[in-house]
Design a protein around this ligand. Structure first.
Ligand code: BG6
Length: 489
């Protein structure tokens, strides 16, 4: 039996995202988001964007997702909602309706933090509206007030794969520098509104997916490499400006960046594999270096130059990066990969499986030790407090004959990861400030678009055939986490 020595103020929590949780996609003045035009899918069928041409109602599909975001909506295509299609985000798992009931369950669970996101389109339905939507502000305000009463710290992400669709249509998404100002206005609005209620903010969820997820993250129909990197540059600039604004608005504010940190192990000691592995790590460290150190790595500037990308980078941008360094680093951690130059050259971009690790039903490796490694690697370079804001197991969970959901595999997964965090703190001295597991309740998987891949501590009665009434059942893992938190507090 391990005796735990977590810091007293450690944030134990759970995590969610507006587009996967809330539903109510057109309620109370909310505008459409990019997620609202993406269909469901599963392990074998990729999710699609539905769209039409101007002055034409014929429906077309383009694939979204895929390793490099395989996108083929023409620049004059208009992504839109069609009545005969199923879009998971429209109902999601009805968080907009169940928010307070679910919060009650979190209170009972004993968490000290709840990492969630605000939907930009609930506040500014078109992204560039003159005034914010009061109904959207009220919804979140009431929610944060209740969090305060329950002593649950909201850790609020401002942008989690849910850009207002109008920004895509009018501005072309994040490749356009004008979007930086729109985002800053949105961020300032909510930070002013929720001053005193929210102090932990995260500027962008998985910012390092921006060049991969052209539509879902960057809100773009363009696949041009220059545009992708311009979008990355613009999101980084927007993040820096918002960090600065947050500190001006309330010196108590703590702002974090957030990356998907998926380390890859070199398959062999062949220097070619080692180099490839290094380059892989550099890709996500690029985002951390800009956001934590305010420096723009030389290798990235060289890459832009060598690829002859046409980008709008201004001298003053570098000053803004320096002034907008984050207070903490947050990241998602689910799995690790394997890097093999030979196999990647042969077309296996995902890399080979790791023979030392078990995998989930969706093929993701299960690697608790990799989390300790990740924490150490990040801390060694950046020396900033670290917060895990996503970690969990996607699995098929079923309601048993006794009406309960028994998920010992999830408990095993979470326990093993928490043990490695503990070692990173007590044996390695890493400053870890929180753990927010994915997820509070079941959602539709972002990648595959199915509910079958469940992550929640709380089961939601809905399936991929849309049968069920959304009622909640606390899983065994919920009771295990409750007991665990009580034990370590
Ligand atoms: C992260 C995202 O990439 O992974 C979440 O921030 C997502 O939104 C999570 O749900 C798990 O991925 P998936 O595809 O299994 O839902």
């Amino acid at each position: 039996m391990t005796t735990y020595h977590f810091p007293k103020e450690f944030l134990w929590g759970v995590s969610s995202s507006s587009s996967q949780y809330e539903g109510g996609y057109d309620k109370d003045g909310k505008g459409l988001t990019v997620g609202d035009v993406i269909t469901g899918g599963n392990k074998h069928t990729t999710r699609k964007i539905t769209w039409h041409y101007k002055n034409d109602t014929e429906k077309h599909y383009s694939e979204v997702g895929g390793f490099w975001g395989a996108l083929s909506v023409p620049e004059d295509g208009i992504p839109d909602v069609f009545d005969d299609e199923f879009y998971p985000s429209h109902d999601a798992t009805k968080g907009y309706e169940y928010a307070f009931e679910d919060l009650e369950a979190l209170h009972e669970l004993g968490v000290s933090s709840y990492r969630m996101s605000i939907s930009w389109a609930r506040i500014f339905p078109n992204g560039d509206d003159e005034t914010p939507n009061e109904a959207g502000l009220n919804f979140y305000r009431r929610f944060f007030e209740k969090c305060k009463e329950y002593k649950i710290q909201p850790v609020v992400t401002l942008f989690h794969y849910d850009m207002p669709l109008a920004i895509t249509l009018k501005y072309g998404g994040w490749k356009n520098r004008k979007v930086i100002d729109l985002y800053e206005r949105y961020a300032r609005t909510v930070m002013n509104e929720f001053k005193g209620l929210v102090t932990y903010w995260i500027t962008f969820n998985e910012i390092n997916s921006v060049t991969v997820e052209a539509f879902k993250n960057a809100g773009m129909l363009s696949e041009e490499e220059s545009d992708r990197w311009q979008a990355a540059h613009n999101e980084l600039l927007a993040s820096a400006k918002v960090v600065k604004a947050a500190h001006e608005i309330d010196p108590e504010n703590k702002v974090g960046c957030m990356v998907a940190y998926t380390i890859g192990y070199a398959k062999t000691c062949d220097p070619l594999d080692q180099w490839e592995q290094y380059v892989h790590a550099r890709e996500y460290n690029f985002y951390l270096t800009v956001q934590c150190l305010g420096q723009y790595p030389s290798y990235k500037l060289k890459e832009y130059e060598q690829k002859q990308l046409h980008m709008d980078i201004q001298e003053e941008d570098f000053e803004i990066f320096k002034e907008g360094c984050v207070d903490f680093i947050s990241f998602s951690y689910y799995a690790t990969g394997v890097i093999s130059k030979k196999e990647m050259d042969a077309g296996n971009l995902m890399g080979p499986p790791n023979p030392f690790l078990k995998r989930t039903a969706w093929g993701w490796s299960i690697d608790p030790k990799g989390l300790r490694l990740t924490l150490n690697q990040i801390y060694d370079i950046y020396h900033k407090p670290l917060m895990i804001v996503e970690n969990g197991l996607g699995s098929v969970d079923v309601v048993d004959d006794d009406g309960k959901v028994h998920d010992p595999y999830r408990i095993e997964y979470l326990q093993a990861h928490i043990d490695e965090i503990h070692k990173a703190i007590v044996e390695d001295g890493v400053d870890v400030i929180g753990y927010n597991l994915w997820a509070n309740v079941d959602f539709t998987s972002l990648g595959t678009g199915e509910v079958k891949k469940r992550y929640g501590l709380i089961y939601v009665d809905i399936n991929d055939e849309r049968q069920g009434d959304f009622h909640r059942i606390k899983k065994d893992s919920y009771y295990w986490y409750k007991e665990f938190i009580e034990g370590v507090k």
